[in-house]
Design a protein around this ligand. Structure first.
Ligand code: ATP
Length: 499
């Protein structure tokens, strides 16, 4: 009995004579062991884009290695060449627009239907299915390594390189850090860590995270954001901050909470005016929860080809789940979903939206979603219903108390020594209708102006003169603010601030 659920699935398809199995994955090494586990002694033939026809075990080129995939496929499709064997074609997406390759694959598939005993594995990180082959191909997505696989891999690396074993505590931390990376990437990083100082210690976690930032960035859809903001750097928004602090208690004690009967936190939607701290909250949430922050760029997710956007969304969600526990920050939610029901991208947006809703509904991984949006008026109502997000907050312009606090926060960061002489209550009074970003801008400019004028200290008057020159958010967005505030109230969203 096979333990691995993916190999079980593959085995079912192989037994049922499904002709073309498309393994959609980055994990080439994992694929080899999976295929071997379902081969039951049958000969495995491999063709890959870099070396051509190779020995499956050793990857050394075979006599026919110079032949193209087209020639190899043609030769193997003759008579019963493939009978009793398995054929693996790697990085095949490069060749799936070649009419000869397509027709030969179709021919082999038909022969399999007629009793030829073989199975073809098409292996590629890119999903590309020619219409002519749609009926014959079965897609199998191979996910990321599980925690126990990562641990095994690290142990095997140590053994193979005759390196001393490491403490369990360090192994646990390394495992968390490696989650979401492929076997190949993990082995490379381990080699790099050892080549630096011949040892593997806690110090190497930094190196792993540096590499991981890069790998995730290369994926093109997700980005790992450094965590520099804490919840103490957010002025006001007390309701939201205390709600997040409660969720952090659950998140950090997930096992105990689940045992107690608490549900896994799903996520929060923070809607509101620009520059009022939505992004700041997303960043502070990850810090508060003590987990990595991944940002999903909705703009980049939307692809040019049919099915590409959904495939990108699936990939992003899979990667986030592999890295979990984490916070997944979906910025500008309205960009992807506002087009539902009309416009050129309506169909794609509707499918993406359906996928996202189902995932949110059924999600049971510790991937906490923080979705942020400026304008919710075009968002589909299904998204705003309870049960999708744990809560929906709206962020309004800061109150007088909050404005004072925001001034203090930005002064503390830059000119702590001058604070005793500043009249923060006066600054707050003079900035009604200013957003948090406006206030930060006033502090920055005031300090710069004082410096340029050669002053030893920044004064209240320096700030006031900048305030008088500033067009605040409420002036710039005069008409929109009322419409948005009314929409939030109509939808009964919770206010992020204490009123
Ligand atoms: P957008 O919708 O334009 O992305 P946003 O609501 O996400 O805006 P942020 O990016 O969080 O706004 O805020 C911009 C900057 O303004 C922050 O980096 C922060 O310095 C400052 N800021 C905004 N709100 C607050 C606040 N409540 N406390 C402290 N600083 C704030």
């Amino acid at each position: 009995m096979l333990k691995n659920p993916v190999s079980q699935t593959i085995l079912h398809y192989v037994d049922a004579q499904f002709p073309l199995l498309y393994l959609n994955t980055f994990e080439e090494t994992k694929v080899d062991s999976l295929i071997k586990s379902v081969a039951y002694g049958r000969e495995i033939l491999e063709w890959n884009a870099s070396k051509g026809f190779v020995h499956f075990e050793t990857k050394s080129p075979l006599l026919d290695s110079i032949k193209t995939v087209e020639e190899i496929l043609y030769a193997l499709s003759q008579d019963d060449e493939l009978n009793g064997k398995i054929l693996v074609l790697k990085d095949i997406h490069h060749f799936l627009d070649n009419p000869h390759v397509i027709s030969t694959l179709k021919e082999i598939a038909l022969k399999i239907y007629n009793g030829l005993e073989t199975v073809l594995f098409l292996v590629s990180p890119v999903l590309k299915i020619p219409t002519e082959l749609e009926k014959y191909i079965t897609i199998i997505e191979i996910g990321y390594l599980e925690e126990q696989d990562v641990k095994q891999l690290v142990r095997r690396f140590l053994r193979d390189n005759q390196l001393p074993d490491i403490a369990n505590e360090l192994l646990d931390e390394l495992t968390i850090a490696f989650k979401g990376l492929t076997e190949y990437e993990i082995v490379n990083i381990l080699s790099l860590a050892y080549s630096k100082d011949g040892d593997l210690t806690k110090k190497d976690l930094e190196l792993i995270y540096d590499q991981k930032f890069q790998v995730i960035k290369k994926s093109g859809i997700l980005e790992m954001i450094p965590q520099n903001e804490t919840i103490h750097e957010i002025g006001g928004l007390e309701n939201l901050k205390s709600w997040l602090s409660n969720k952090a208690k659950v998140f950090k004690n997930m096992n105990k909470a689940l045992e107690y009967g608490v549900d896994i936190p799903k996520g929060v939607l923070i809607a509101g005016l620009p520059g009022c701290g939505k992004s700041l909250n997303a960043k502070a949430t990850a810090q508060l929860f003590g987990v990595p922050l991944l940002r999903l760029d909705m703009g980049r997710l939307l692809g040019k080809y049919v099915g590409e956007s959904e495939s990108n969304m699936r990939k992003a969600i899979k990667l986030a789940e592999a890295i979990s526990p984490c916070v997944l920050w979906i910025d500008e939610l309205e960009k992807a979903f506002a087009g539902i029901g009309n416009g050129a991208n309506a169909e794609v947006a509707t499918r993406l939206f359906g996928y996202f809703l189902t995932w949110m509904q059924e999600k049971n991984s510790p991937t906490f979603v923080v979705a942020t949006a400026n304008d919710i008026s075009n968002l589909p109502t299904e998204l705003l219903r309870k049960g999708r997000f744990d809560e929906i907050f709206y962020v309004d312009l800061p109150t007088a108390v909050d404005r004072k606090r925001i001034f203090e926060i930005h002064f503390t960061k830059r000119r702590r020594g001058d604070m005793a002489a500043i009249d923060f209550a006066e600054l707050s009074r003079k900035t009604e209708g200013f957003s948090g970003a406006d206030i930060e801008g006033v502090v920055k400019e005031g300090i710069e102006r004082a410096f340029v004028s050669g002053k030893q200290q920044v004064t209240t008057q320096d700030m006031v003169s900048i305030i008088e020159d500033t067009a605040s958010l409420s002036v710039l967005f005069k008409d929109k603010i009322k419409v948005l505030s009314d929409a939030y109230k109509k939808n009964h969203f919770k206010s992020a601030s204490k009123s």
